[in-house]
Every structure is written in structure tokens, then in C-alpha cells.
Write a protein that binds this ligand. Structure first.
Ligand code: HEC
Ligand code: HEC
Length: 322
């Protein structure tokens, strides 16, 4: 008995401070401590369990064979308008899911944009550019339309790539820079054509013409050859003047390049160092002609109001419109 007392005393002393025991003791001093979980933790646990059951009721949850529980209909359903492949619109009701929620948000966004597109469609070009609020919409919606449809060729900022697609940010317009001309370019597309001359005139004549073309934009050239080239350019043998004009400034109806403006689309003259190679570059174009660049027609791909908006975007926001 006295020994038991001593044991109890010693166990009491070795017990960690502040922790209760269940009162069970083995081997004289081995005790079971009582450490209940914090109350908040226990409640959080119960709440997650309840949440789980509620979630099963509301949302798709359990797989059953080939299908799954879809939640209680009406509690979680979501209705949206979907456009089908053939363009018709149908109302769809489905259980809540991210895709349906995305569709609802897109539809709301389109409805909000709709009134702006309608305003663009109803406003004359010149007035759109005066309306700061409308221009804000044109610039942001135009940027998206441009990067989706035009940037793959004309680059994100519309600056183009020599040898591939024209720069739309400068003052130079092969097909004209008025609203109406830009609109026509986008609606019906463009493809400039220049015939090959290698079988029409001699290599020497091609060299003389190339020197003349270089002289027009102040590039290094052979003056004597250029002056012969100038005559050839205006002769009926080559008929260069017929498409490019006697002044070589190009004709918008044909999209023939202005050869005097130091802006190049197909001949990458600025990137070439030596006079010899510059001559060679122009000679290649005169010899082979041009049928490379295709500006696709967009009338079947974009809606009329989208094309009108892009016209204003190219004319105003990219700059350089006339
Ligand atoms: C497949 C590449 C391609 C795509 C896509 C494209 N373009 Fe073009 N675009 C061209 C080429 C190439 C030319 C020059 C055609 C030529 O000179 O024969 C051109 C010419 C133009 C011109 C005339 C430039 C001038 O100097 O007169 C405009 C304006 C234009 N594109 C706007 C657009 C817009 C707006 C879009 C988007 C809806 C677009 N392009 C999409 C390749 C493309
Ligand atoms: C049938 C009309 C036609 C005739 C004739 C013609 N051209 Fe062209 N030329 C064009 C067109 C159109 C383009 C622009 C092609 C395009 O952008 O797709 C062009 C482009 C060029 C270019 C490229 C300019 C650049 O920016 O890279 C040069 C150089 C040129 N022509 C020189 C000549 C010379 C020299 C002659 C006479 C030997 C000539 N052309 C005859 C229609 C013509």
C-alpha cells in the first residue's frame, strides 16, 4: 500500500504539466494522456462532412456504370443559348458545369458588344473617328479581330513583313487608303499581278530597268544604265508605265507598287548591302514577275459589321489612313 502511494506520487511528478490523463495506469507508471482535438477542428470536420452530402445533391458526383449522378435537377441547372454548327441557335439546359458557365458569360459579353457593333454599323466612317467612346470600342474589339484574322500575315501591330505582307501602319497604300478602298480590300481580297519579263526583253534591258527602279528611290545605281532604263520603262516594249504610271507612282486600281516612295514589299532592297545585289534583287522581280501575295477575301468569313469595324481599325487605330 505504501508502495502504491509512492508510485502514484512519482507518476504524478513525471506527468507533463497541464495534460489530463484518462486515469488508466499500466506497469505502475504508464498512463494514457487525454488530448482532445481542438473544438474548432472537430466542428470544421463535421461541416465538411455535411458539405459533402449537400454537394452530392447539387452537383454531378458519383459514377454509376456509364453515367453519373447529376445532382438534383432544378437545384443546379444552367440555361444558355448555344450556336450549332449550321448557325441556328438553341436553348440548352444542363447541370451546372464550367463549360455551360463559360457559354453564359460569353453570351452576356456578346450581348453587351452587340449594341456597340450596331452603333458602328449605323454610324458613318467620319463620325466614328470623332466619337471617342466609340473609338475606344473600335480599338479594343478591332485589336482582337485583327489578331485573330489578320496578324498571322500582317503581324500583331500591322507592320507587315517584306516579301510576305504589306505594312498597314504607313502612309503608303497600294490599293488606296480611304475608308471605302480599305473596305473593298478587306471584302473582296487583293492579288497584285505583274507579268514575267524574262522572255520579253533582254537581260541587259532588265539590268537597265533595275538600275532605273533603284534610282527612283535614291538607292545606289549606275546612272547611265538607269537613264536607258527610264526610256524603256516608258516604252511600249515593256509597258511598265502602263501599270506603274509614267511617274512610276503606281495605280491604286491595279495595286501596282509606287516605285518612288522607298517602301518595298517584294524586293527587300533596304536589307541588301551592295549595289550589285540590290540590282540582282530587282532583276529577279522583273524577270519572274509577281503573283505571290494573296490578300484573302473576308466577305464570307467575317460579318459586315466586323469588316466595317476592321476598316476603321486599320484606317484610324493602325494609322496612316487617308
Ligand atoms: C494570308 C495572309 C493575309 C491575311 C490573313 C490578311 N492579309 Fe491583308 N494582305 C496580304 C497581302 C499579301 C497583301 C498584299 C496583296 C498584294 O499586294 O497583292 C495584303 C494587303 C492588304 C491591304 C492593302 C494594303 C495596301 O497597301 O493597299 C489591307 C488594307 C489589308 N491587307 C488588310 C487586311 C486585314 C484587315 C486582314 C484581316 C481581316 C488581312 N489583311 C488579312 C496578306 C494577308
Ligand atoms: C500588268 C501590270 C504591271 C506591269 C506591266 C509591270 N508591273 Fe511591276 N508591279 C505590278 C504590280 C501589281 C505590282 C505589285 C504586286 C503585288 O503587290 O502583289 C508590281 C510590283 C513591282 C515591283 C516590286 C515593288 C516592291 O515594293 O517590291 C517592281 C520593282 C516592279 N513592279 C517593277 C516593274 C517594272 C520595271 C516593270 C516593267 C518591266 C513592271 N514592273 C511592269 C504590276 C505591273
Amino acid at each position: 500500500m505504501s508502495q502504491d502511494k509512492a508510485t502514484a506520487k512519482s507518476t504524478n511528478e513525471t506527468r507533463p504539466k497541464g495534460v489530463q490523463t484518462t486515469g488508466h495506469v499500466w506497469d505502475s507508471d504508464l498512463q494514457e494522456l487525454k488530448n482532445p482535438l481542438p473544438r474548432w477542428w472537430v466542428w470544421a470536420f463535421y461541416i465538411t462532412a455535411i458539405f459533402t452530402v449537400v454537394y452530392w445533391l447539387f452537383y454531378p458526383a458519383w459514377p454509376i456504370g456509364n453515367t453519373y449522378t447529376k445532382g438534383i435537377p432544378g437545384l443546379n441547372s444552367i440555361t444558355y443559348t448555344a450556336t450549332q454548327v449550321d448557325g441556328t441557335q438553341v436553348e440548352k439546359t444542363t447541370h451546372w458545369n464550367m463549360r455551360a458557365k463559360y457559354m453564359v458569360e460569353m453570351n452576356e459579353l456578346h450581348a453587351a458588344q452587340r449594341q456597340w457593333f450596331d452603333k458602328v454599323a449605323a454610324t458613318p466612317y467620319e463620325q466614328i473617328s470623332q466619337d471617342a467612346e466609340l473609338m475606344q470600342f473600335v480599338t479594343s474589339a478591332g485589336k482582337t479581330l485583327f489578331s485573330d484574322n489578320c496578324a498571322p500575315c500582317h503581324q500583331a501591330g500591322g507592320q507587315g513583313v517584306i516579301g510576305f505582307s504589306p505594312n498597314l501602319t504607313d502612309d503608303h497604300w497600294q490599293y488606296g487608303g480611304t475608308y471605302e478602298q480599305i473596305h473593298e480590300t478587306i471584302v473582296q481580297g487583293r492579288q497584285g499581278y505583274m507579268p514575267p519579263f524574262k522572255d520579253v526583253i533582254s537581260d541587259e534591258e532588265i539590268t537597265q530597268l533595275a538600275n532605273y527602279v533603284l534610282s527612283l528611290s535614291g538607292e545606289p545605281h549606275e546612272a547611265e544604265a538607269a537613264s536607258v532604263g527610264a526610256k524603256l520603262f516608258k516604252s511600249d516594249t515593256t509597258a511598265c508605265y502602263y501599270c506603274h504610271g509614267v511617274d512610276a507612282k503606281g495605280k491604286e486600281g491595279l495595286g501596282s507598287a509606287n516605285l518612288t516612295d522607298k517602301i518595298w514589299l517584294w524586293a527587300n532592297v533596304p536589307a541588301i548591302k551592295t549595289q550589285e545585289d540590290k540590282v540582282k534583287e530587282i532583276k529577279n522581280i522583273i524577270s519572274a514577275g509577281l503573283n505571290r501575295g494573296v490578300m484573302p477575301a473576308w466577305d464570307a468569313r467575317l460579318k459586315p459589321d466586323q469588316i466595317k469595324l476592321l476598316t476603321v481599325y486599320v484606317h484610324e487605330s493602325l494609322g496612316g489612313g487617308k
